[in-house]
Design a protein around this ligand. Structure first.
Ligand SMILES: [Zn+2]
Length: 272
């Protein structure tokens, strides 16, 4: 599943390919995604020019010249493929955006947990009202985090992964950030000290920024029809390393199931 850095990487790639281009047609082959594709998407988007591409959580947003927004979420298996010329349709190509220069963007999603919708920009606030703080903004600081956690009795790991509180941190980055900040994944969120909140915020921002930069370096591969965006998997410090020595203290990295997901941690480095 793409996490925030991969989605940001895709946004940057699309920014280079889509900006200032006119969408001349949208073909919908399969409208039944997690949410049905907006019925009049063609009417709303067609002939509009893409004026900006940005991200909110793991949603990709195309701002259009006619006050509409195209909102895309890749779900579990969604991909946005770019072709510089028209191309034959493949299996699971659900939506095809044709651009004025004959290039196309194809939304392909075998499991169909993603979404492609068009809304009026005025509805954006309502559409994203379920989303929490953006971790890469100035609004996400040690003091705001401490404030948010005050009454949270769940574990810090599950709070980090709750997009209603903080967006875009999945299982992998939750493990990595807690390791970097030296915080046990099982510690109750409300028990984190101010110092721990400060460390965690720095870890989150650094990890995401590094991952985005790593993803950015593989942008070229993503441009290939069969390509996928750059992932950060070669740099994991704790995730997926159960049984291997901790990179800091050489203690064995442990793995347990926590709220149905695998949690990786070092019992020495991460304060219990
Ligand atoms: Zn350790």
């Amino acid at each position: 599943m793409p996490e925030l850095p991969e989605v940001e990487t895709i946004c940057r790639f699309l920014h280079a390919k889509l900006l200032k281009k006119k969408i001349i047609d949208i073909k919908v082959n399969q409208a039944n995604l997690r949410m049905p594709i907006t019925q009049n998407i063609n009417e709303m988007i067609k002939s509009g020019v893409v004026t900006n591409i940005r991200r909110r959580g793991k949603y990709i947003i195309w701002e259009m010249s006619n006050s509409a927004l195209v909102i895309i979420h890749l779900g579990m298996s969604g991909k946005l493929l770019y072709f510089d010329r028209q191309t034959p349709i493949s299996k699971h190509d659900h939506v095809i955006f044709l651009l004025e220069d004959s290039s196309s963007i194809i939304y392909n999603d075998p499991r169909r947990f993603g979404l492609v919708v068009a809304i009026n920009s005025k509805e954006e606030g309502k559409f994203f009202q379920h989303l929490g703080i953006e971790p890469l903004t100035d609004g996400f600081s040690g003091s705001t985090l401490k404030q948010v956690l005050t009454d949270k009795t769940a574990s810090i790991k599950s709070i980090l992964m709750n997009s209603k509180i903080i967006v875009g941190i999945g299982n992998i980055y939750a493990a990595e950030n807690l390791f970097l900040a030296g915080i046990s994944p099982f510690k109750l969120a409300k028990d984190l000290s101010q110092e721990e909140c400060d460390k965690l915020v720095i870890a989150v921002k650094n990890t995401l920024t590094c991952a985005i930069n790593a993803g950015g370096s593989t942008l070229k591969d993503y441009a290939k029809p069969s390509g996928s965006p750059g992932y950060f998997q070669h740099h994991f410090k704790v995730y997926g390393r159960a049984g291997k020595p901790c990179i800091i203290c050489h203690n064995t990295i442990l793995s347990v199931r926590q709220s149905g997901r695998s949690t990786f941690y070092c019992s020495k480095c991460q304060n219990f």
